[in-house]
Design a protein around this ligand. Structure first.
Ligand code: PSV
Ligand code: MN
Length: 389
């Protein structure tokens, strides 16, 4: 087998884009404590400046996802211009129906039509934002669910969800899409209204072609074979987006590829197998929080992890694998798979980056850039952006 990255591989890697989340640059934490860090952005403009730094050093992160209302501004055209001047664009708009008192018992599924109306209107406003920012995707994740058996009528909620989504979907125009994210638990502990890919798939399939499933890698029960879901959704033409992160226990939102690099390899190998790499239908996005580590290097590390694992997945010798699979050579097939996973692509990627005018080591380049010291000194006063603000 060849463990060398070829010019063709590099051409594929050059196309790769990973969208970064605006909220990764703000402070975040757990229910126990949100720590603050020097230099943290005070507003969406500063978040975008930090995201642009990640792109400048890696060439990998040309778009920034927004969360509404965390990234509410008066003038989205100005935010868009600001982003474009810094060499990035505004990406997915994430709605938020999980931090308002009214949504205690649900949002798009709520039994009360007035609250449902409020939640639908929030999504329509998110689409207004998309019109102004030029964003393509509306990402919906719902905290809706219940804590005790008998608390709610699960069936009625599923029907109301579909009705609400129909109204949101009908407001999309042009190339705009809706992606529905699933999560098996949290904040609801007994049932969640969109707990799994099957429910998301059923809901978006009933909407139409521009509605797709969003797969957040942290949103599955431990032990779930996530790459199987990736395979199936690609096979069905309904994998619209990834929220990449990694987890040890629950929805930890740690750096992608940190907790289980092999799982990330397996996922990306299925993406490549299913034609999902550099396919505009499949958005690669991060959904992470940097609770204790520095945020900008945390994001640089994250996009590099995706790039490194993509390079390894590209090295998978598909012909040798197919031959071993077809002949029932269990260990031979597994060896081909593992050979690609164990290949250290870092030196080759470093050289290639330099050949493209990028730093060979973006982490070191960031540390040497003085950017962090500058924002630490400049960003004094005001309220640091935080999870929920
Ligand atoms: C929910 O846990 C989630 O993954 C959704 O994508 C939210 O929008 C995001 O986290 C907020 O951090
Ligand atoms: Mn997510």
């Amino acid at each position: 087998m060849s463990t060398q990255l070829t010019p063709e591989h590099f051409a594929t890697l050059a196309q790769q884009a990973v969208e970064v989340p605006s909220w990764a640059y703000g402070n975040s934490g757990t229910r126990f404590k949100v720590f603050s860090t020097p230099g943290t952005p005070r507003d969406p403009f500063e978040k975008i400046a930090d995201a642009a730094e990640v792109h400048r050093l890696t060439g990998l992160a040309p778009a920034v996802a927004l969360h509404i209302p965390w990234d509410l501004v008066d003038d989205y055209a100005a935010l868009r211009t600001h982003a474009e001047n810094l060499g990035v664009s505004l990406g997915t708009v994430n709605s938020n129906t999980f931090q308002d008192e009214d949504y205690k018992f649900g949002a798009l599924t709520h039994v009360d039509p007035a609250i449902r109306r409020k939640a639908i209107d929030h999504h329509l406003r998110c689409i207004d934002v998309m019109d102004a920012t030029g964003s393509r995707d509306l990402k919906i994740w719902l905290a809706d669910g219940s804590n005790y058996p008998g608390q709610v009528d699960m069936r009625g909620r599923q029907d109301r969800l579909q009705e609400s989504l129909q109204e949101v979907y009908a407001r999309l125009s042009g190339e705009q899409r809706l992606v529905l994210e699933y999560k098996f638990f949290e904040p609801a502990f007994y049932h969640t209204d969109v707990p799994d890919w099957g429910t998301s798939y059923a809901q978006v399939s009933a909407l139409g072609e521009r509605a797709m499933v969003c797969l957040d890698t942290g949103h599955h029960a431990p032990g779930t074979n996530i790459e199987f879901i990736v395979m199936q959704l690609l096979r069905l033409g309904k994998l619209g987006a990834f929220d990449f992160n990694s987890r040890f226990y629950a929805d930890d939102d740690l750096i992608v590829g940190a907790a289980d690099p092999f799982q990330l390899f397996r996922i990306i190998a299925e993406v490549v197998r299913g034609g999902g790499l550099n396919n505009p239908d499949v958005a690669f996005m991060l959904d992470q929080c940097h609770n204790i580590e520095e945020k900008i290097p945390g994001q640089i590390r994250s996009v590099l992890n995706v790039q490194e694992m993509t390079a390894r997945a590209l090295l998978l010798d598909r012909d040798a694998l197919a031959a071993a699979e077809a002949s029932g050579d269990v260990l031979g097939a597994n060896a081909v798979f593992m050979d690609a996973f164990y290949t250290d692509v870092r030196p080759a990627l470093a050289e290639w980056r330099e050949s493209r005018g990028l730093p060979a080591d973006p982490m070191a380049a960031y540390a040497a850039s003085g950017y962090q010291q500058r924002i630490n000194a400049e960003r004094v006063g005001g309220a640091q952006a935080s999870w929920g603000a």
